[in-house]
Write a protein of this length. Structure first.
Length: 445
């Protein structure tokens, strides 16, 4: 039976690779094919995990190597594709080029005449919303600059940097699994997950650079190196800003005056990173303000709020108030640090007006450490958010049907509620490992 399960698993993974390679074909329109492959391989991923968790497998070392090899094969085989579902990578490269010529990336929009001399055959024509200044945080901008200096306008070169970040992420996940005495086969929940594979290796999204710092924060925090961990968290914040929602949870583990560095160090890094761009005649948060208050795509609870108030600004204010309330609850409930990080991020996505698929990859990187079926459902079903892109590309009209949002979010929210009410979900071996690790750390400090 063990051999049979292993054989079936290998067949599933090989079929997944065959679907990935279909993206190089001309069997259908590229965007439609991208969506089909992401949905099919997400189902393959769930089936593969169901087989893996049965534990009817060969020796752990050999099996772990098989998982890692397939994870790397999936990634490397896609790196040579041109972006399909998103053109964000062109903005990344443009920002790097602008900085390489000594220009503040937050000062001009790509279509500004002041940047006319930087034009090439591809840039900035391929950039979406060229009338808007860049939105990306400072560490992301530094990465763009470094990458441009190394590989110029090469798409493959940029994605190679994302691949390097992925390798570091996987290495840190393995360290954390070992640190917490969690079975290392849990790495499959990330290395085989189609969401980061396709979003980072096909479209080249920058989120990959933030994961190593988030994991480094967790590792250092567990080892009792709190000040160093806060620095790592701060760098993660200036790579994507999402991790700022973890601050209340992180501060809740400190007492008295020790709460101060837990909040001030990441916040100080954020301010210090942005300040030079303000002083350098830039407007770093201009596009962020526009995006956060006027954009809406693939929201869940936010869409319900908007349907009740029928006003974007009011809906955003209400959603923000609910998020603050949720983060306060998470901070002061009796849960482990990893649970609090997961819950903070999960609530943030449910209350956000915009939830792009690559955003949810931030949940995917937590799954090996915090196995939750709500997370597995989210990282697989969020691919449905790309279906309206087909109509948008053809007509310029964005239309996400309510039934599609229900199909995406009902299973996710249903599983999340079940996990919250199910005692076994709260006392899994993984949670126990986290609780034990935290207890040992508190006793030693």
């Amino acid at each position: 039976m063990r051999r049979l399960h292993f054989t079936i698993l290998i067949i599933l993974l090989l079929v997944s690779e065959a679907f990935y390679l279909l993206l190089y074909s001309h069997l259908a329109e590229r965007l439609f094919l991208f969506i089909v492959v992401s949905l099919v391989n997400s189902r393959m991923f769930v089936l593969a995990w169901l087989l893996i968790r049965k534990e009817n497998i060969p020796s752990p070392k050999n099996f772990l190597l098989v998982l890692l090899l397939f994870g790397m094969m999936f990634r490397i085989s896609l790196i040579f594709l041109k972006p399909i579902a998103s053109d964000d990578i062109y903005r990344y490269i443009w920002d790097g080029k602008v900085q390489a010529y000594g220009i503040n990336p937050y000062r001009y929009s790509p279509d500004d005449p002041a940047l006319e001399g930087l034009r090439s055959t591809v840039l900035p024509e391929e950039i979406n919303f060229p009338q808007l200044k860049t939105i990306y945080p400072p560490f992301a901008e530094w990465t763009f600059l470094l990458t441009y200096r190394l590989v110029g306008e090469s798409l493959v070169g940029f994605k190679a940097v994302m691949l390097l970040a992925e390798c570091i992420t996987i290495f840190l996940l393995l360290l954390l699994l070992h640190e917490l005495n969690i079975p290392q086969i849990n790495i499959a929940l990330y290395v085989l997950c189609p969401l980061p594979i396709m979003q980072f290796m096909v479209d080249g999204h920058l989120d990959a650079i933030g994961f190593p710092f988030l994991l480094l924060f967790i590792l250092l925090w567990l080892r009792g190196k709190r000040l160093h961990s806060y620095i790592a968290l701060g760098i993660s914040v200036i790579s994507k800003l999402f991790p700022v929602v973890f601050l209340p949870a992180v501060m809740s583990f400190e007492k008295g005056g020790r709460k101060l560095p837990a909040g001030l160090i990441p916040t100080g890094i954020l301010v210090a990173a942005y300040l030079p761009y303000y002083l350098w005649n830039g407007s770093p948060l201009e596009s962020f303000r526009l995006f956060s208050m006027n954009w809406a795509s693939n929201g869940s609870v936010f869409e319900i709020i908007w349907s009740l108030v029928l006003n974007d600004q009011t809906a955003h204010v209400i959603a923000t108030a609910l998020l603050v309330t949720w983060l306060g609850y998470v901070a002061y409930c009796n849960k482990s640090i990893i649970e609090k990080i997961y819950l903070s991020l999960f609530g943030f996505f449910l209350l956000s007006s915009t939830v792009h698929p690559w955003y949810v990859a931030w949940l995917a990187v937590l799954l090996p450490l915090h196995l939750r079926w709500s997370g597995i459902a989210f990282v697989t079903l969020v691919n449905l958010a790309q279906v309206p892109l087909v109509e948008y590309v053809a007509t310029g009209v964005w239309n996400q049907a309510p039934w599609m949002l229900l199909l995406e979010y009902l299973p996710v929210i249903g599983l999340f509620v079940w996990e919250g009410s199910n005692k076994e979900a709260h006392h899994s071996p993984i949670i126990t490992c986290w609780a034990d690790a935290e207890t040992e750390m508190k006793e030693s400090s």
